[in-house]
Design a protein around this ligand. Sequence first.
Ligand code: PLP
Length: 428
Amino acid sequence: MRTALTVAGSDSVGGAGIQADVKAMAVLGVHAASVITAITAQNTRGVSGILPVSEEFVKSQLEAVLRDCDVKAVKTGMLYSADIAETVVDILEDHEMPLVVDPVMISGTGYDLAQDDLVKTLKRDVIPMCELVTTNRHEAEVLSGMKIQNKDDLMFACEVIGKTGSSVYIKGGHFNTPTVVDYLYLSSEFTKFEYPRLKKSGHGSGCVLSSFITASLAKGIDIMNAVVKSRELIQDSIATQYQIGKGDLVVNPMVKLKGDSDRSAVLGALDSATSRILDIVPDELVPKSGMNIAMAMKDAAGPEEIAAVDKRMSVHNGIIRRNGQIKFGAAENLSYILLTVMKHDPSMRCIMSIAYSPDTMYVMQDIGLNVVVAEMSRDRPTESTEAALSKSKRIPDAIVDKGGRKERIIRLLAKDTKDMLGKLEQLL
Ligand code: PLP
């Protein structure tokens, strides 16, 4: 497994610092080694004490890790003092790996996390050897020595901070703009990142963002792509931040794992549903072009977030067989129809193709299913499919191709695989 290293402070409440960094890196599938520079006593309301680790012991931790492991990327967070920062620089200088610097100065709750002498060492020794500095407005002002009031100031500050060759990422959260606008200054060019402004970002957002970026660099991803992906992830981490104490909320670095568990839930549900389908569905319901069932992740945005059987189910010597694995992105046409339906009702996340017959149509009407007849083009929805869905008073249980095609198909719709099996059983 690839290893990244975080050199940072311990946060007793677990929302920021080493504790957040380790989670964020693990979520991206990277092992996190950690060197602790200071131990903080704090909760979600404030910092009540800081115990710096001695330079000798910071050195011992760093040497122990670097002597043994092939560390692919490193980040620094709270370095606390010039002495600790210099110790870290002296050792990292002898190792070739990308360094991300999160120049931690003040906690979100407003307490100093750095001694006054740190800034000079950051500017003189730490930043010149790094690939990327991630800063908020205050840190950028301190590092550039200027007030940042507008976009021109911000760009100039990036040039000042990155004058020794490092890239700079300035987060826009603390600027008074309706959306949050961040900038990446990379190879003398600026890239803008604009995101909806969420509620105040919780404890740990800076740590988690720089750890996502560092873990991505450890995986061999370039700075631009590492930042793009990490910026998306931190937005979700802030959107799902949670309360653990009486003060600030803490960001949720594990948000992607939640996505992964949705993915495995979808795959698991389809796996058991297809076994049951193979048992109960008669041959006549299998379209000549094959039968499939697809299920979308919650709020799926594209076919890659919808799973289905890779090669459709078909009849061989009177037995229905599943010809492939269940995979995401396996059924584009069905997925586009499902995505169109989900625009009208996001809770309808399951779709299944079955053969058309007048008998089946009759049974569907008889058991009270709402069937919409709609025009498709090469099995994809068209504007007239959208129009038919909009006209329907309630979300349909099935969409049926208009006549005149080689093979008409019925696409059953349901909330999930259980709901789908219920509808199928009623049909049989
Ligand atoms: N590192 C430690 C140990 C901290 O306690 C904090 C904040 O309290 C930070 C870093 C910075 O946190 P944030 O990511 O919220 O800027």
